[in-house]
Design a protein around this ligand. Structure first.
Ligand SMILES: [Zn+2]
Length: 276
């Protein structure tokens, strides 16, 4: 009886265990996850996201709605911001495998494996919960770079607040016209890429073109990007249209070819994936 009283007092005092971003977003987006289909292009997928779900997804990355030029109620005002949200929804709805399946994946880059193996996520939790734990740990800050909020030429830049001084902040750009033709998996790959920067730091200049960013092996943000794209083709390629699968595949192959310097990729399964 006494223990119950103490528990009741703790709950009244607001001492419940913290609700994870995954749990919060999964609750707020249950209807979106029910309706979700991996084969929808980004513009169609964005139209199905309600305000409550948008807000919960945005909270996961600390989305700065104002600098994106829209609000949770007005997703269509910012194709760039909407693309970020459909990427997050894809990650949230990806429940095909468990956290244990991710830990067992021999193709998962090693440093990320070490990081994820410490995550406070149950082995039988869905893959999505583990990926959300990784994204949340990176705590994005989103804002516009070289752009006027609300203007269609805007480009989004993501950088990690706490690590801002340790590596080049600009990591990601999306043109506004991409939204309508982009697979949400592309956005999911970019989000995971940005989250992986906390683990890997920045890129190095490519040997074939010093103006471009590369990683020296699969151990880097591009490696995680590629691993994410390959996973979408493996798990959901059969739900894709031919054109969507070739869009994801095209991005995968380009990143394998152009952004991993060295021979590592030649024998790495994610770079050898093909559409069904
Ligand atoms: Zn990067």
């Amino acid at each position: 009886m006494r223990r119950l009283t103490i528990a009741a007092a703790l709950i009244a005092a607001g001492c419940q265990p913290p609700v994870s971003d995954y749990t919060n977003a999964r609750e707020a987006c249950w209807a979106e996850v029910e309706r979700w289909h991996p084969g929808r292009w980004a513009d169609e997928a964005a139209r199905l996201i309600g305000a409550g779900c948008a807000e919960a997804l945005g909270a996961t990355i600390g989305m700065d709605w104002e600098s994106f030029g829209f609000t949770p109620q007005t997703l269509q005002d910012s194709p760039t911001g909407a693309l970020v949200l459909v990427g997050l929804l894809d990650l949230l709805a990806d429940e095909q495998d468990s956290a244990q399946d991710v830990w067992n994946d021999p193709d998962l880059p090693q440093f990320v494996y070490e990081e994820l193996s410490r995550a406070q996520v149950a082995p039988d939790a869905p893959r999505a919960e583990l990926m959300f734990a990784m994204i949340r740990a990176s705590l994005f800050v989103s804002d516009y770079a070289d752009a006027i909020p609300g203007q269609p030429k805007g480009a989004a830049a993501y950088y990690e607040q706490e690590h801002r001084g340790t590596f080049t902040p600009l990591m990601l750009q999306w043109g506004p016209e991409l939204s309508g033709f982009d697979p949400p998996a592309s956005a999911a790959g970019a989000i995971v890429h940005e989250a992986a920067h906390r683990i890997y730091g920045g890129h190095v200049p490519c040997s074939h073109d010093p103006e471009q960013d590369c990683d020296l092996s699969r151990e880097g943000a591009y490696g995680m990007h590629i691993w994410t794209l390959a996973g979408w083709i493996t798990r959901y390629g059969s739900d894709y249209t031919v054109s969507m699968c070739s869009a994801v595949y095209g991005e995968l192959i380009t990143r394998c070819g152009d952004q991993i310097d060295g021979e590592d990729k030649l024998e790495w399964a994610p770079c050898l994936v093909e559409c069904p």
